[in-house]
Design a binder for this molecule. Structure first.
Ligand code: PLP
Ligand code: COI
Length: 337
């Protein structure tokens, strides 16, 4: 096993041994190929480079006490990549191929899966890009699908400690009927100016309002939003946010725990009534939020400086399933053997 400071990894790129690739050429997907190179050779006219034909995924693998490696909700990521492909006219990758490539990439880099007690995990980054050259704006006829992996710690450096978010109305990450619901690179490029501004101000992320009316909560730059009040887990319904697999899992777990679950439009004013607030995602896991600062109205919403009771229960339950400490009653986990 690799000798790393597993408990202090942070969230960043790290070289591992192998990546897995698959090319779409002449109207069909080829065989999976294994590479140890960090480079790809790409045509200068590739649609990914000019017109943003690029989608990616993010999922994680965890090592159990039993030393088995578990991948969390891989089929859901496979399906979401297909959804993103439809959204930006890319060739759809068969789900079976996605899952085979993910399992292979994890297996080949087994020595980088962090130990069970480290609290770290192996982040898996599948990506699909248009590699065919086009100068007119149209879909490529050739694509590359790749999976690479790296051990990571928490996305927000605070980990499971409450963090601050900021509302900046002059920036949108996605248009109301645009690409916000797809996991495509352009959304992240569009979020960088506001994201850097937030970080400079000491905030871990921007909390976006809906870009049509600025009346409702959308999501954070890299994570979904939830609030809890009156024994109810509330999370935004919106046409321009990513359908988070973590959030979907938390809705199920919240319901299992006896909370009511509401996925609906969440008016801005409701921020004042939540007892607990959090950001959730694969990279972020759950980040409890202690304060939301509305920079335009110079108004702040305060929550606990310690993680709330329900947020903590949800976090512990999710992690226990992911690390194999509790039974996988919903069938979310794939064991790599
Ligand atoms: N929202 C955005 C914009 C994201 O990039 C992510 C990360 O994947 C999420 C939400 C969380 O989604 P998931 O829980 O599927 O990782
Ligand atoms: C994830 O949670 O997997 C993400 O993709 C978020 C961020 C790193 C873009």
């Amino acid at each position: 096993m690799e000798n790393l400071d597993w408990k202090n990894l942070g969230f960043g790129y790290r070289k591992t041994d192998y990546n897995v690739r698959c090319y779409f050429r002449d109207g069909k997907w080829g065989e999976l190929e294994v590479s140890s190179s960090e480079q790809i050779n790409i045509h200068m006219g590739a649609t990914a480079l000019h017109y943003g034909q690029e989608a990616f995924e993010g999922l994680k693998a965890f090592k159990g006490k039993d030393n088995k490696i578990r991948i969390f909700r891989m089929a859901d990521n496979a399906a979401r990549l297909q959804f993103s492909c439809d959204g930006i006219m890319m060739e759809k990758l068969p789900a079976e191929l996605f899952m085979k490539a993910v399992k292979l990439a994890v297996k080949l880099n087994e020595r980088f899966v962090p130990p069970h007690d480290s609290g770290a995990s192996l982040y898996i980054r599948p990506m699909l890009i248009g590699t065919g050259a086009e100068i007119g704006v149209k879909p490529a006829s050739e694509y590359l699908f790749m999976v690479f992996v790296m051990p990571v710690g928490p996305y927000f450096p605070e980990g499971f400690k409450p963090t601050d978010l900021i509302i900046l109305r002059q920036y949108d990450r996605a248009a109301p009927q645009g690409t916000g619901k797809y996991k495509v690179g352009g959304n992240y490029a569009a979020s960088m100016v506001a994201g850097v501004k937030a970080k400079k101000g000491g905030y871990s992320a921007v909390l976006y309002l809906d870009s049509r009316e600025k009346k409702y909560i959308d999501e954070c730059g890299p994570a979904n939003f939830f609030g809890i009040k009156n024994n109810t887990y509330v999370t935004p319904e919106s046409e321009s946010i990513l359908q988070s697999i973590t959030n979907k899992s938390l809705m199920t777990l919240a319901s299992d725990m006896g909370l009511k679950v509401e996925k609906r439009k969440v008016p801005y004013e409701e921020l004042a009534s939540f007892e607990e607030v959090g950001a959730c995602g694969t990279a972020a896991v759950i980040s409890p939020v202690k304060r939301i600062f509305d920079a335009d109205e110079n108004r702040e919403f305060m929550y606990g400086t310690e993680p709330g009771v329900w947020t903590t229960k949800l976090y512990n339950k999710l992690r226990a399933i992911q690390y194999g400490d509790e039974p996988d009653i919903h069938g979310w986990v794939t064991i790599v053997d």
